[in-house]
Ligand binder design. Sequence first.
Ligand SMILES: Cc1cc2nc3c(=O)[nH]c(=O)nc-3n(C[C@H](O)[C@H](O)[C@H](O)COP(=O)(O)OP(=O)(O)OC[C@H]3O[C@@H](n4cnc5c(N)ncnc54)[C@H](O)[C@@H]3O)c2cc1C
Length: 490
Amino acid sequence: MSKFFLKPSLKTDVVIVGGGVVGCSIARELSKYKVDVVVVEKEVDFCQGASKGCSGIIHPFVTPFNSLKGKLCVEGNKLMDKLTEELDVPFNRCGLLFVSLNRKETFFLFLVYLVMKWRGIQVKFLNKRELRKVEPNLTNKAKCALLFPSGGVISPYELTFALIENAQKNGVKTLLGTKVEEVLVENGEVKGVKTNKGVIETSYVVNAAGLYSDEVAETAGVRNFKIVPRKGCMIVFDKKLRGYYRHYVAEAKIKQDPRTKGGGALLTVEGNPLWGPNLKETGSKEDTSVSRKDIEEIINTYNVLFPDFPLKIITCFAGVRAASEKGDFVIERTKVKGFINVAGIQSPGLTAAPAIAKMVTELLRKEGLKLERKGSFNPYRKRINKLTDYPPEEQDKMIKENPGYGRIICRCEQVTEAEVVEAIKRGAKTLDGVKFRTRAGMGRCQGSFCTPKILEILSRELKIPVKKITKKGGKSLILLYKIKELLKGA
Ligand SMILES: Cc1cc2nc3c(=O)[nH]c(=O)nc-3n(C[C@H](O)[C@H](O)[C@H](O)COP(=O)(O)OP(=O)(O)OC[C@H]3O[C@@H](n4cnc5c(N)ncnc54)[C@H](O)[C@@H]3O)c2cc1C
């Protein structure tokens, strides 16, 4: 053993590799028990992988129903109400509308309806008149639709941050900017993990490393799957179009177009229409570029549903799905005692995350981890208090108590200085850290107005020079010189 360990080493019962929505869900679930847990994340913040580049749909189901992802999707969907209530995360069960645009699709819808009824999935048939009533801006070509009321939308980052905040409150330790380089195995048993910052001694490792889960599994000698990165691009529209449609709307295509598989037109919980994602096999795990072709492809696909929709695009983004070549989730015990793979978590990984966490807890129990409930577990967490969520008389009170509420930093999203400071207190160290916790910079001007102000607040609160602040860690510096310094040298 000793040959492995650098000094000083950290000891814990369980190491979770990866701080995406899956790793953070597992951490929160394990925090209900008397075990020491450490989450190790290579980036400077949580939610930096697929969980950030995701569209936020809580799917009512996915096919095949009997696959692991099919089962965990339905289970995760059911757990979402209680979870979001406990964690104070906005969740809108807006419903999924599966729309037919021609006779063939109508016939297909009838078949889908029967299968769903048989499967016990809540579904309602809407004829043309009923459909028009609920979605008046939908194309005239729409014939009928199936409404799945359990479909919903959530902010994937708000959920991930809430999960880890609550887990931390319940004793989970976290190491950011720490990369697991090797899983240490001796005589077929996990002994620890070697990171770029030292060694952590442990008997249990949960590999929730998303796109890199195959590489982490390889170091433990149990790589029996390959991650195939699949990029998905999305377009975000101006909030002013909120109300143009209400549901998550998708066409009932008989043969799914592989380039738009799983996509639709949805309204985020914050009220921005969002179209996509498409699907592209990409050779790179880090390729989050969006091309003009992607944008045109997405617009052409969803314009068919809403032909008069004003295309007021405010931004585009992409995420990379960590699909396994097997096509299903890979959640399993392995031949190395104490090592659990939680890999191939492509869509519907966000929906399934709470169910995955329960499944992994049971796998750990079977591996021999003693799991005794903790009486002190506190399931509740409160989200950052947002000034605009309150009526004017309450707002006055808030500003008197904390003048930071009286200073608007992001005009588009109406984010105050007090909210930015609170985000920093909760762990934001970068521009993106503030953005994804408060929405400052996510509005129509995309940060043109608020970026300098946020940099100043970050610098003041973290007590670091403003030039050292990054967008998302690493080399993503924002300011290189002060104009005055440049002019002096001229
Ligand atoms: C475009 C797109 C749209 C999607 N839409 C939906 C949707 O609408 N609904 C839905 O249910 N699902 C959706 N998904 C799927 C969902 O986003 C993912 O299944 C889910 O986010 C996976 O979470 P994760 O924690 O496994 O992975 P990630 O979020 O990728 O987290 C893995 C983490 O591991 C870290 N890591 C990697 N290697 C190491 C290492 N060696 N050491 C330490 N840390 C490491 C990474 O930095 C990363 O933070 C979508 C995905 C994409 C890409």
